[in-house]
Structures are given as C-alpha cells and as structure tokens.
Design a protein around this ligand. Structure first.
Ligand SMILES: [Fe+2]
Ligand SMILES: [Fe+2]
Length: 167
C-alpha cells in the first residue's frame, strides 16, 4: 500500500507535467502552422489531466471546497514566502536572469493567488459564498486580476490585450 501511494504520487506528478508540457507543445505547433499536431497535443493534454485528477482522487487529495481553499492558501504562501525567494537568490548567484524573471513573476502572482483564495475562504467560513466577479489572467506572467483587465499588467507591464478572461 505504501509503495502504491508513492506510485500514485509519482504518476500524478508525471501526468500533471505531461499535461502542461503538451499544451506548450500545442502552442508551438500552432505557431509553426501545424494545427493538426496542435490538436493532437491538446487532446493528449486533456487525457493526461483526467489521469492526474483520477490519481489525485485515489490519493484522497480532493476534499471539501473549504479544505481545498485552505490547502491552496497554504501552498501559495509556501511558494511566495519560501520556495521562490530561495530560487531567485540562487538564480541571481548563478547569473541566470531568465530564471530570475520567471521565478519573480511566479512569486508575485502567488501573492495575488493567496489573497484571492483567502477572500474566498473567508466568505465560505462565514457561511456564505464569494461575490460573483470575473477573473483575467495575463498571458505573459500569469497575473490574476478580479473585476476588469487593467490597462497595464501590475506584475510584468504587459498591455490590456494580453489579458484573457477566465470562463
Ligand atoms: Fe499560484
Ligand atoms: Fe503580466
């Protein structure tokens, strides 16, 4: 059982990674004028997401929404307080500005995520629901903004056109 739990975790991580990687490959295929290959990558990505979710379900990693929000708050907090600052320091030491930038974008956006999750969690703890609002995501840095897309991304400076509304 213990070994199978480890295997489920390993498979979950592998499938999650494959899903994201295939989406990136699909984008590249579209840019190279290969829409059929892009579709194939997107189809496989969706399937890997289903595998990942199923593995996570068996691992009992999907709980009540209140518990899931709490887990999300903790995860985002750890990332922007501990993980990314260490990664940024190391990238600076190694003079890898591209790595510094991608870590710094992520760190700043995880702060936003923690705040958004906290607000939702507080609403649910109070017995209600979060107020209905739209979310916009910057396609350059991932900045996650509620309400309306800003004229300029507060994290990376990208223009409003880079913001995509989430369904
Ligand atoms: Fe995040
Ligand atoms: Fe941005």
């Amino acid at each position: 059982m213990a070994k199978t739990t480890d295997n489920l975790k390993e498979a979950f991580e592998g499938e999650s990674k494959a899903s994201t990687t295939y989406l990136a490959f699909a984008r590249k295929a579209d840019q190279e004028g290969q829409p059929q290959v892009a579709r194939l990558f997107r189809a496989a990505s969706k399937a890997e997401t289903i595998h990942a979710r199923s593995h996570l379900d068996v691992l009992e990693g999907i709980k009540s929404t209140q518990d899931n929000l709490q887990a999300a708050v903790s995860g985002e907090n750890m990332e922007h307080v501990k993980m990314y600052p260490q990664f940024i320091e190391q990238a600076n030491k190694e003079q890898n500005p591209k790595a510094t930038r991608t870590f710094d974008y992520a760190r700043k956006v995880e702060i936003m995520h923690e705040g958004l999750y906290k607000t939702a969690l507080d609403a649910i703890k109070g017995g209600g629901k979060p107020k209905a609002t739209d979310y916009f995501v910057c396609q350059i840095c991932g900045a996650t903004i509620e309400g309306n897309a800003p004229d300029r991304c507060p994290v990376c400076g990208a223009p409003k056109t880079q913001f995509v509304k989430v369904d």
